[in-house]
Unconditional design. Structure first.
Length: 373
């Protein structure tokens, strides 16, 4: 097969940290906060905007609170688990690596006595009808390492007694989330918005706040997890008064990403860009009999972290990834280390459709090269 001649202008297809937005230029960032205290008026204003603009652009319901917290999405999830779990049993769903991580934390670290684990292999979802909403429910919205998402929020009980705690790091700004059915949502800047790593976002519903103010966990809480004082919510945390020192450069970068979403027309536009990117890949898969979606059900296919399997041996797949990278066509598109061998191509809103279209013929070429050996 002849080698393609057109390469993607942007070869960054990593599933995290993800590609910067089109037209990104670090020199264009508003950097007047650099060298200033995050507790100064200018620092708190920028951090406050990170919270309030997130709420505005996402269209969060009244009473929902947003905070910038340490340690990326992982830190935000751990903060929620350690602060909120305990008074009820827990249903935890796992169908890929990060869901399995939360199972381990809940069972082996927090040692919650009543835990119902719902597992599914890579490419599938657990039986959502088995979830008990009298319990607290912990789940990922989109499995970043499997390319499998929940299809919608219809399975979540509106009259639930427990809390829903949703790791949505590769879903927020890319998928329709039923905010009124989600009590805790976590994400990081480095996914759909292509922001910088190290900081997490924590969204709390009024029901989650009520739990925080009425329940004290039996285990010690590290300082970076503490959201209450004297039984009352630390409201300043949700207005830009962070627990520890954030990178103001990363904050400026996040505000730039939010402004870009706004300029497109809001979150509906970023969702549409991502869905259009998924269709480009889906059309390619449909036209080739050697490549397949890891997600077996089209309704559960992720439109951000698109995971694909191939009619090839594991070493051939790895050789294909190396070949594509050596040509400067696409970086970091190998499957996650714990997932089945294959490709993982980020299709979030920061990826241009033209770059995806340029990439796909190279996949065919690379596959022909490695399978002919």
């Amino acid at each position: 097969m002849q080698q393609p001649t057109v390469k993607p202008q942007n070869p960054h297809f990593s599933s995290g940290p993800c590609s910067k937005r089109p037209g990104y230029n670090v020199a264009a960032l508003q950097l007047d906060t650099l060298g200033r205290s995050h507790r100064s008026a200018i620092g708190k204003r920028a951090l406050g905007l990170a919270c309030s603009e997130t709420a505005r652009i996402l269209g969060l319901p009244a009473g929902y609170r947003v905070a910038v917290v340490p340690a990326s999405d992982t830190g935000a999830v751990e903060m929620a688990l350690w602060s909120l779990l305990g008074p009820r049993g827990v249903d935890v769903l796992a169908w890929e690596t990060f869901g399995a991580t939360w199972v381990n934390d809940i069972v082996n670290q927090l040692r919650i006595p009543q835990v119902n684990q719902l597992h599914a292999p890579y490419g599938e979802l657990p039986d959502l009808s088995r979830v008990n909403f009298d319990n607290d429910v912990v789940f990922t919205w989109n499995g970043t390492t499997s390319g499998v998402k929940v299809p919608n929020g219809d399975w979540i009980a509106a009259d639930r007694a427990g809390l829903t705690i949703c790791d949505a790091t590769s879903a927020v700004f890319a998928m329709e989330l039923p905010w009124d059915k989600l009590d805790v949502v976590t994400f990081s800047w480095q996914k759909v918005l292509g922001g910088e790593g190290g900081h997490g976002m924590l969204v709390l519903s009024p029901r989650a706040v009520a739990r925080l103010e009425s329940y004290t966990p039996p285990w010690p809480l590290p300082k970076i997890f503490r959201m209450t004082s004297g039984g009352k919510l630390l409201e300043g945390l949700f207005q830009g008064d962070t627990i520890n020192t954030p990178s103001m450069l990363c904050v400026a970068d996040y505000l730039d990403a939010l402004a870009w979403v706004d300029s497109l027309g809001g979150v509906s536009a970023t969702m549409a860009r991502s869905e259009a990117n998924l269709k480009i890949v889906a059309d390619f898969v449909a036209a080739n009999d050697w490549i397949f979606f890891l997600a077996k059900d089209p309704a559960t296919r992720s439109n951000t972290s698109v995971c694909l399997t191939l009619n090839a041996a594991d070493e051939q797949v790895k050789a294909m990834v190396r070949l594509i990278e050596a040509e400067g066509v696409a970086f970091d598109i190998g499957a996650y280390k714990d997932a089945p061998a294959g490709l993982r191509i980020w299709c979030g809103a920061t990826v241009e459709a033209s770059d995806l279209q340029a990439l796909l013929p190279w996949l065919s070429w690379a596959y022909a090269q490695v399978t002919a050996r």
